[in-house]
Design a protein around this ligand. Structure first.
Ligand code: PGA
Length: 253
């Protein structure tokens, strides 16, 4: 059975101390989740990763993720952080291809294919983000765009490696805007993503792939989104910065 996951992407927010407080408050709010099979992931900045990982370590189904990694395993790349370093800080996941990385740091599908390879080689699980800009949706091109992001970024993987990847569908027009995709829009795209995975690999692989929704997901809309057949949880930005809201979203799974 595919995993249900809620990941909180803090983006460039929270100092180390603020992050520690947020995680401790979240643990308080989440009493009981340790018994559930759902996975909770905190995604702090690189510099808070070691500290936050030390708090999540040993807790059942609670993990940390980095928000990015570099596309080469090591070397003369001043200022970059490798997948192996992230793993050594205690993280188990890494977000790749977030739309802010694609938009502000010009990350391409080809670059993301390399990042996926180094992440998997280091033992990290990629949370691979895809999603269309508003103009693409208005032109009804969203499926073609998402298919291209997935096929160029992930379909070079052998089946056993693809099976380790989590996908996050995040329509760019819904990120941080308060405009959430409707339950139906989310379901439609998630079903489409599952269909192309089945065509490339197999129905079994498609059925086992966790596909998260992201973009203005909050306590008031999470249950509707998560009740869709192909929505396996969420990648949460703004609402993950409040322990109460984040816990309410997790409890909507
Ligand atoms: P948001 O961000 O929940 O603040 O819209 C989601 C994301 O960017 O992962």
């Amino acid at each position: 059975m595919r995993k249900k996951i809620v990941a909180g992407n803090w983006k460039m927010n929270k100092t180390i101390d603020e992050g520690v407080r947020l995680v401790e408050e979240s643990f308080e709010e989440l009493k009981g989740v340790s018994d559930s099979e759902s996975i909770v992931i905190f995604c702090p900045s690189f510099i808070a990763l070691g500290k936050i990982s030390s708090l999540t370590h040993g807790r059942k189904n609670i993990f940390t993720a980095a928000q990015n990694c570099y596309s080469e395993p090591s070397g003369a790349f001043t200022g970059e952080v490798s997948a192996t370093m992230i793993k050594s800080a205690g993280a188990d996941y890494v977000i790749l291809g977030h739309s802010e990385r694609r938009q502000f740091f010009e990350e391409t599908n080809q670059m993301l294919a390399r990042k996926t390879d180094v992440a998997l080689a280091a033992g990290l699980t990629p949370i691979f983000c895809v999603g269309e800009l508003l103009a693409i949706r208005e032109a009804y091109q969203q499926e073609q765009l998402v298919e291209r992001q997935i096929s160029e970024g992930l379909f070079h993987l052998k089946e056993y490696n693809f099976q380790k990847v989590v996908i996050a569908y995040e329509p760019v027009w819904a990120i941080g805007t308060g405009k959430v995709a409707s339950d139906e829009q989310a379901q439609e795209m998630h079903a489409f993503i599952r269909k192309i995975i089945a065509q490339k690999y197999s129905k079994h692989v498609a059925a086992e792939t966790s596909i998260l929704y992201g973009g203005s997901c909050k306590p008031s809309n999470a249950a509707g989104l998560f009740s869709q057949a192909d929505v396996d949880g969420g990648l949460i930005g703004g609402a993950s910065l409040s322990a109460t809201d984040f816990a309410a979203i997790i409890n909507s799974l």
